[in-house]
Design a protein around this ligand. Structure first.
Ligand SMILES: [Zn+2]
Length: 230
């Protein structure tokens, strides 16, 4: 079994916050997901093999018997799940390709796609964030298929995330593909790191919002809230 020393970074400070503070308060450091420049040097198969080895080491350290029939396949399953499913949004190759269509119906009011369910994972604890995204946009003359909005949400959710960043990444992508600033993104999510551990608050949820362009007015925000409440 390979061993690896991971340097202790608790002394590191970001804006005066220790890494402990950042994790507990779910602070985040940048809009971009922090990635290494050589993040894709390894193939997916190599990544899966390596994750499987490292995860079996975690299980071993926890004292689990990896010869047990039930546990034997877990490291491989976790590795496959990380790469192919829950963290597949780290790979730009998996970014949804979006085709724009002309707005033939001349529908130039807001379009709201609500209750898009997503599953993400908190980057500070690697436990699930479960939520709903509500998206609104006003066509600049081009429209996209509704399923693409859903796919963009899923792509950015399938990364280790922080809810504020997820909100902004979705908004930025929509602004780019729809060629408009008139975008709203509202995310209402439950963080299992808050409900199942730490402060163990099962009732609270976190709401983050992005109101761009025409949506950034009290009237539009109220109108949007009205759609979401019905
Ligand atoms: Zn967390």
């Amino acid at each position: 079994m390979t061993t690896k020393t991971i340097s202790k970074t608790n002394e590191h400070k970001f804006n005066g916050f220790s890494t402990e503070d950042i994790g507990d308060d779910h602070l985040f450091t940048s809009l971009e997901t922090p990635m290494k420049p050589n993040a894709f040097d390894m193939s997916n198969d190599e990544k899966k093999e390596r994750i499987s080895i490292l995860f079996s080491e975690i299980m071993d350290v926890l004292g689990l018997d990896l010869n047990d029939d039930s546990l034997q396949g877990t490291p491989d399953r976790v590795a496959k799940m990380y790469i192919e499913e829950i963290f597949s949004g780290l790979d730009p190759k998996n970014k949804p390709k979006v085709a724009l269509f002309d707005n033939k119906y001349q529908y130039n009011q807001m379009l709201v796609e609500k209750n898009i369910t997503f599953y993400s994972n908190c980057e500070h604890h690697f436990v699930p964030i479960i939520g709903k995204a509500h998206i609104a946009y006003k066509s600049s003359g081009k429209v996209i298929g509704l399923s693409k909005i859903n796919r963009i949400v899923q792509y950015y959710a399938k990364r280790p995330q922080v809810q504020e960043r997820l909100t902004n990444q979705i908004a930025n992508e929509l602004k780019t593909v729809l060629e408009t600033d008139d975008i709203a993104v509202i995310i209402d999510a439950k963080h299992l790191c808050v409900s199942s551990r730490g402060v163990k608050d099962d009732a609270s949820a976190t709401v983050t919002t992005y109101y761009g362009g025409e949506f950034n007015t009290a009237t539009k925000i109220a109108e949007l809230q009205n759609y979401l409440n019905n």
